[in-house]
Write a protein that binds this ligand. Structure first.
Ligand code: PMP
Length: 391
């Protein structure tokens, strides 16, 4: 039976990790994998997480089953950070824990499909797994251009998509720190997007995987809040894997906004059933640690300080790149206005290969770079190599 299966190509980024690991050159630079790195090139466990984990070891008295909704204390503690002071928008939002942001996106897509959605609009390029998840569920993803060539968002394209979508069609948006371009909508643009949703009735699906890594915790959630304030229904997929540094612990949440309690209960019960049939229950450990942090003022402050430091470092790298201006044919100036871990450089696949082979610089074939892979020690070498390869 298994002979009928077609072999699948390995994930390109995971293959890049292996290539990088096998490269003996001492000055190699990894701009591929999407994790934060310190000035020393490390991806350490947050001190706030270490402290929360210590508490868990001492205080956790059972590992008995929870339910498909996971740690509801975690789900609720996160809500004011995402949705603001009126965290449930008057009882209109409910959520559940998921295995990472990926689990949340998967659940959003599966629940949309169960409710009758057959098609959604999606800005491209996007996180590659979006398209894979939708294809796996046989949800048609209609692409629109996310960005203009000058490094700004293509507002007209997203507005056109929202206007074209009917109420049982979705439009997928990144809440902040767009992956892979780093190009986010500005506050006035979110305003227009929210109004377009209100006018068209299209169903918003908002994926927010980097809150706090762009402009700040509040700023990064403000676009999403604008949209939610104008629509009767929406899905939100959330990841704590970057902003708490929990990557492999798989910490995420899925939230549903509905028009009334009865509808919310009905939608939630369906999400619950889908989660039960998919992973039964999400892994507990990381979410429990996040709950402990968010329920303790001291740990919350510690976490925010660590997040502030990460954001400031990435801003420094972006400013230094932008200062360089042109590197060969690549204009680095737009990177200063972009957010988060990623930006896309207009380089060809051949130039990406040349950077890797001749300069030991590793980046995705698409030209996406992880700016956190750059440090004061390697950034000038990177700029020079980019100039040499594209000049
Ligand atoms: N959405 C986007 C836009 C992402 O970039 C990512 C992570 N690369 C995710 C969701 C999934 O995150 P997680 O690792 O929590 O599954």
């Amino acid at each position: 039976m298994l002979d009928r299966l077609e072999p699948q190509s390995p994930d390109a980024l995971l293959a890049l990790i292996k290539l990088h690991a096998a490269d003996p050159r001492g000055d190699k630079i990894d701009l591929g994998v999407g994790v934060y790195r310190t000035e020393e090139g490390a991806t350490p466990v947050f001190a706030a997480i270490k402290a929360a984990e210590q508490r868990l070891v001492e205080e956790q008295d059972s590992k008995s089953y929870l339910g498909p909704e996971g740690d509801t204390g975690f789900v609720n503690a996160l809500m004011p950070w995402i949705f603001g002071e009126d965290a449930t928008m008057g009882g209109r939002i409910a959520g559940m824990q998921t295995p990472g942001g990926t689990g949340a996106v998967r659940l959003a897509a599966a629940l949309a499909q169960k409710a009758g959605m057959t098609r959604l609009y999606m800005g491209v390029p996007s996180w590659p797994n979006h398209a894979q998840i939708f294809a796996d569920l046989e949800l048609e993803a209609v692409p629109f251009d996310h960005a203009n060539a000058d490094g700004t968002a293509d507002l007209d394209a997203v507005l056109r998509a929202i206007r074209a979508a009917s109420p049982d069609e979705g439009v997928l948006l990144h809440g902040c720190c767009h992956n892979p371009t780093g190009i986010d909508y500005r506050p006035q643009e979110w305003e227009r997007i929210a109004e377009a949703f209100e006018a068209s009735g299209a169903f918003p699906i908002i994926d927010i995987a980097y809150q706090g890594l762009g402009r700040g915790l509040e700023e990064d959630a403000s676009g999403l809040r604008k949209v939610l304030s104008k629509v009767p229904e929406a899905f939100i997929a959330y990841s704590c894997d970057k902003n708490f540094g929990m990557y492999r612990d798989r910490v995420g949440a899925f939230y549903i906004l509905c028009d009334g309690t009865e509808m919310l209960d009905k939608a939630f019960s369906n999400a619950n059933a889908l989660a039960r049939a998919s992973w039964s229950m999400p892994p507990d450990h990381g979410a429990a640690a996040v709950r402990l942090i968010l329920r303790d003022n001291e740990l919350t402050q510690m976490w925010q300080d660590e997040l502030d430091e990460m954001r400031a470092r990435m801003r420094q790298v972006r400013d230094r790149l932008a200062e360089a201006g042109m590197a060969g044919s690549v204009d680095l100036a737009p990177l200063a206005a972009q957010n988060g871990l990623f930006s896309m450089l207009p380089v060809t696949k051949e130039q990406v290969v040349k950077l890797r082979e001749e300069h030991a610089i590793y980046m995705a074939g698409s030209g996406r770079i992880n700016v956190a892979g750059l440090t004061t020690g390697n950034i000038d070498r990177f700029i020079d190599a980019l100039a040499a390869v594209t000049g």
